[in-house]
Write a new protein. Structure first.
Lengths: 235, 235
DNA sequence: GACAAACTCGTACGGCGTGCGAGTGGTTTG
DNA sequence: CAAACCACTCGCACGCCGTACGAGTTTGTC
């Protein structure tokens, strides 16, 4: 009995210079970070690699699958401290900040991450390390999942909004300071009579430091959430 | 001096049956809810209204602007209780649930809401009522914004993930129960050795009731966050 | 009856994702 | 050395998309 298609091992050879999935992912990441999701097209990506547009399809089934790879790439950038090093509370804080800065580095993430499952290797490893961290806090078995999910959701929700704000500034072409102060003026005008609480909120704002405001925002809620979670660890 | 183009008031007449922005918005909402963002095209929308595709452009500048209108429409569906009726804490809880169910009714929202500013009338009114609610809690002036932002971010983040999950179930065509149990099996297989914490997490899951799980998830984190916020109200 | 405003819409342009099938350079096999 | 095979590339074409443009139609005012 000769070996069939199934038992025969596949060999044969890519010695000539060739596209690779890793190359494609790297180039696509650069385009995505610079131009956003709408700025990434298979033709443009291929051009950047000096290849024909449809050549990519040998390495990657569809554009959506490519984006899945890119998302998992981002998950791979996130630190989750081991609990024995920092303790749970500050570990979770570090995790949150790491997640935030990864998203800020890849501002296209929010508009795509919720449209597909995250089951890539980096997503799995992230989940694993997260569970270990929150497990060390002393949550009941059941609440470990819930606690970690809450923190991830809070961070991703907050940072998604933050990214949207920063993207608006970028598109406006102005400096952050001048953008903020113009926004405040406009809000003041619109809010004047109909929305008194918003007007008060605008008026009480004193600084135009966008960065500091967004960070304070992020930290405030994360701290509050972690406080709330801390009361739930089993004694 | 005769009145110029500028001072002359615009009259003249739409007596014939005519498209209207409200009509367009309604039809677009139906398509969006049913088929998602990718399912909405100007041609399809026009067909549904029995009109030519480019007729829409007289009423709406671009597709993106149309989507802005639809987003604001959703913001208009959200209840924010007045604080004297329910008190701050349960008011915030109600607000969170109302926001969640609005998003679940319009599952396309997460993929678009963060790509643009929300300054429509309903968004403004939502913000106003939110500030009133949180203002009644006794937060310092400065923290009212932060607290409300945290809750919105948490809810939107959580619900975005929830929508993604539900969408996967819908696309799979299976029942929720069978989808969940298959997911658990697969996770078990993948997680086996490399990801022990995830495996434990999977194993300890007993029910396949998706709805209950997602709701528990949502409530757990919201409760924790509100607990944390409650400690921050000024005495 | 002249004119303008309020609307409708067919045509067309440039872009998109990607299926298909022909082509090409390397390795393995006889 | 030739033939077979494989890994890979890519031009072409299809059907979709958003929307600019300009000509057309209806309606109301003088």
């Amino acid at each position: 009995m000769t070996d069939s298609i199934w038992t025969r091992e596949r060999k044969a050879a890519p010695a000539r210079e060739t596209l690779s999935r890793a190359q494609i992912v790297t180039a696509a990441m650069a385009i995505l970070d610079a131009d956003g999701v709408n700025g990434l097209s298979m033709r443009k990506l291929a051009a950047k690699l000096g290849a024909g547009a449809t050549s990519l399809y040998w390495h990657v089934p569809t554009k959506d699958d490519l984006i899945d790879l890119l998302i998992d790439e981002v998950w791979g950038e996130i630190d989750v401290p081991e609990p024995e090093l920092a303790g749970w509370r500050s570990g979770a804080l570090l995790f949150g900040h790491s997640l935030r800065s990864a998203v800020l580095r890849h501002p296209w993430l929010p508009e795509v991450m919720y449209t597909r499952p995250s089951i890539g290797p980096n997503a799995m490893s992230l989940g694993e390390r997260g569970l270990v961290l929150f497990g060390a806090a002393g949550f009941s078995d059941h609440e470990v999942d819930l606690a970690m999910g809450s923190v991830m959701s809070y961070v991703l929700g907050t940072v998604s909004a933050e990214v949207a704000t920063r993207e608006m500034v970028r598109k406006s072409g102005r400096s952050e300071d001048s953008w903020v102060s113009e926004l405040l003026e406009q809000a003041q005008a619109v809010a004047s009579d109909e929305y008194p609480a918003m007007q008060r909120s605008v008026r009480r704002r004193t600084t135009t430091d966008l960065d500091a405001g967004l960070t304070e925002n992020f930290v405030f809620g994360l701290d509050a959430l972690l406080d709330g979670l801390a009361t739930r660890v089993k004694k």
